[in-house]
Design a protein around this ligand. Structure first.
Ligand code: ZN
Ligand code: ZN
Length: 161
C-alpha cells in the first residue's frame, strides 16, 4: 500500500471537517431513529472526535466537564455503549479503548490499524479479505457472526520520525 492511499490521516488534513462529519452523522442517525442525542452522549463523542486516537473510558472521563460535575464511569460506559450501537464509535479490544468511526456504512469486514506509537487508528475494508474470509470459514465449517480485525504496530509517520 502506498503512502498516498494509506487510510491514515495526513498530518495536515482538515480535522475540523472530520470532527463535524462525525458529530453530524451521529445527530442524523439519532434523528432518523427517533432517539435523543443527549448532552452526555454528545460530549463523549466530541471528545473522541477531537482526534483519530483510541481512548480508554477513563481518559474520556478525565476530559469531561469540571470534576464537580463529572459523570460516573458507569455513565460514560452507557454513553459509549449507545455510540457503539449507533455505529459511530468502534471498540478496540486489544487496547481496551474506543475511537470515532470516520467511514459511513461499513459494507464488509473492517481492518483496524492501530499505531502503538501515536495511538491513531485507521480503518480499511479490503475486498480481498472480504473475499477470502467466507472461504476460510467454509473450510472450517464455521459460521462467523462477528468478525473484527485489529492490527497493532507502527504507522508510517511514527516509523519515519
Ligand atoms: Zn481527522
Ligand atoms: Zn503512529
Amino acid at each position: 500500500m502506498s503512502v498516498d492511499t494509506s487510510p491514515f490521516p495526513a498530518v495536515d488534513h482538515d480535522h475540523g471537517y472530520c470532527r463535524s462529519w462525525i458529530l453530524q452523522r451521529a445527530q442524523q442517525l439519532c434523528e432518523q431513529q427517533g432517539i435523543r442525542f443527549t448532552p452526555q452522549r454528545r460530549e463523549v463523542l466530541t471528545i473522541l472526535a477531537a482526534s483519530h486516537h483510541c481512548l480508554g473510558a477513563y481518559t474520556i472521563l478525565e476530559r469531561m466537564a469540571q470534576p464537580a460535575r463529572r459523570p460516573t464511569p458507569a455513565a460514560v460506559y452507557r454513553a459509549l455503549d449507545f455510540l457503539l450501537a449507533l455505529g459511530v464509535v468502534h471498540r478496540m479490544h486489544g487496547q481496551n479503548g474506543y475511537f470515532a468511526c470516520t467511514r459511513a456504512n461499513h459494507q464488509t469486514i473492517v481492518q483496524f490499524w492501530i499505531c502503538r506509537g501515536c495511538g491513531v487508528v485507521a480503518e480499511s475494508e479490503s475486498q480481498e479479505i472480504a473475499r477470502i474470509m467466507p472461504n476460510l470459514a467454509a473450510e472450517m465449517a464455521f459460521h462467523p457472526v462477528w468478525v473484527t480485525m485489529e492490527i497493532e504496530g507502527e504507522c508510517h509517520r511514527c516509523r519515519t520520525t
